[in-house]
Ligand binder design. Sequence first.
Ligand SMILES: CC(C)(COP(=O)(O)OP(=O)(O)OC[C@H]1O[C@@H](n2cnc3c(N)ncnc32)[C@H](O)[C@@H]1OP(=O)(O)O)[C@@H](O)C(=O)NCCC(=O)NCCS
Length: 152
Amino acid sequence: MNDIDGVLAMRRALTLSYHPADFDAHPDWAERAASVLANMIAGPTHRIVVADSGTGGVVGCGTARLDVRLPWPGGSATTGEIADMWVDPAARGHGVARAMIDDLVAWCRERGARAVTLHSTPAATGFYERVGFHVGVPSATSERFPQMWLDF
Ligand SMILES: CC(C)(COP(=O)(O)OP(=O)(O)OC[C@H]1O[C@@H](n2cnc3c(N)ncnc32)[C@H](O)[C@@H]1OP(=O)(O)O)[C@@H](O)C(=O)NCCC(=O)NCCS
């Protein structure tokens, strides 16, 4: 299995861990996802990490996305967002996810991010707290300027 197929398999397992998505009803999913992943890998605003099993497969993955903003005077407005963290059940509890998130956070930080955000699955909140994240709004800015959405 190559890295792209490995990441897609883990994305599928992650989705099914919290949502009964019907992948079989959407056979085009893998092709569409592979295309998006290839663009993420090729571009400067995403980083994809994979954890090698040591025997040719991947046992973990995670992504980071930079949300690049014009800076404030004296400060950065760029943030990072982490997503799609997954470690195969047999490989859990050995620091694989910590190593991946350390890499992703460092990558965001080196590119000027002032903070890193993510949406945790309920099961992973304890892990993220363990590696330094906290639940809540990232800064006073978010309290003064509420986030708004336009759904399509
Ligand atoms: C959450 C997940 C990525 C953790 O992977 P992992 O490789 O087992 O984590 P690590 O071994 O690197 O753990 C790092 C630390 O977090 C702790 N930890 C790991 N999972 C935890 C959990 N669910 N709750 C509380 N603490 C946890 C570990 O004990 C370890 O602590 P230590 O450094 O003090 O020993 C993995 O369980 C997983 O893939 N879960 C299902 C997918 C998921 O929910 N992903 C998150 C999507 S947002």
